[in-house]
Design a protein around this ligand. Sequence first.
Ligand code: C5P
Length: 408
Amino acid sequence: MSIWTQRHVTVVVSGGIASYKALILIRSLMKQGAVVRVAMTAHAAEFVTPLTFQTLTQQPVVLDEFTTTDPTHVVHVELADWTDVMVLVPATANLIAKVANGIADDAATTTILATTAPKFVVPAMNSHMYANPATQRNLQQLTADGLHVLTPATGMLAEGYVGQGRLPEPDVILAWLTDQLIQQSADLPLAHRHVVVTAGGTREALDPVRYISNRSSGKMGYALAQVAREMGADVTLISATTNLTAPVGVTVVPVSSAAELLAAVTDVFATTDILIMAAAVSDYRPVDSASQKIKKPADHADLNLQLTETPDILKVLAVRKQNQYMIGFAAETQDLLVNANRKLTSKKLDLLVANDVSQPGVGFNGDTNQVTLLRPNQEPVTTALATKTAIARIVLETAIADGANKQA
Ligand code: C5P
């Protein structure tokens, strides 16, 4: 199930070199479960044939209003009424100008004018056309009329020079559209809930260039942030250094050390509904972090590091807990249940997600995980080995089943 499942999406394609990219976006929308129909301008049909769109969508393409052979149907109104979501991609300066002025002189613009569905506009054009005051004025008019406009990308244009006006890549458009839909869906299970996720392994500095850390990739935390967002939550992702790209629509707070992570979580704790501590927080840090790079001693003597414990963030917050639903993680290499149960109690958690990281495919770095979910006074539940996204969904569904989204 995605937010696109069974949604009726009308893609209006206007004529530009980027028209072919609409095909890629349509394929992605269909993969997400959307039912897509296409309306094209005559210029668009010069770039990509209607047959291509028809074959891809397995739906008739609306091109010319007056060529219908069925006298019982007003094609553009039928399509307009069928539409749940309308996407104008690529939207040329000409199409934007027409829509801003309510002009309906072909099937595509008539359908746009006739639909009451939310409309999303993805402009693509030459940079001078984009910068032209008339285009800017028209775009402002679209926004004032309640349409949603994506800012075009800057890069190499078909004309052979760099400028702003490129169609963003289809995956960027899809992420933007998805996030817009989430924002507009008040019935999602985590709508109006603030979910805070910590992710990645903290780094405890030895000197300006060296640190102590662990093998956490941050993938589990990022998957949780993404799924929480898909479930409608306002998500703050407090992220230690990772190689990952943050999900669209999520507020990222970058941190490095355990102390920074504690400060960042403390900052948002009062407004948090669900806290998910997926970060692998260092348990120890060097007592002193040298201000200059530590040199090798001339006599090659051993170097002794003195470490001191970091604050246990969950324990610190347990004392301040009001209605927050708190989820912790436990990566274990032995006695999983005994150790995990101890953490559930000592950290006063509502849910502990335990994994045996000595098992293949489980835990750090990989894309899969297998976890046991522990809750106070409930039988543990062990999941199958699954993608981290699937595990994230199970974790959040378990929290929701516990009423985590209802606690005021
Ligand atoms: O005790 P252990 O480090 O195994 O517990 C793991 C859980 O506790 C994780 O949810 C982790 O984010 C959290 N933790 C913490 N503060 C620390 C260390 C771990 O909140 N200093």
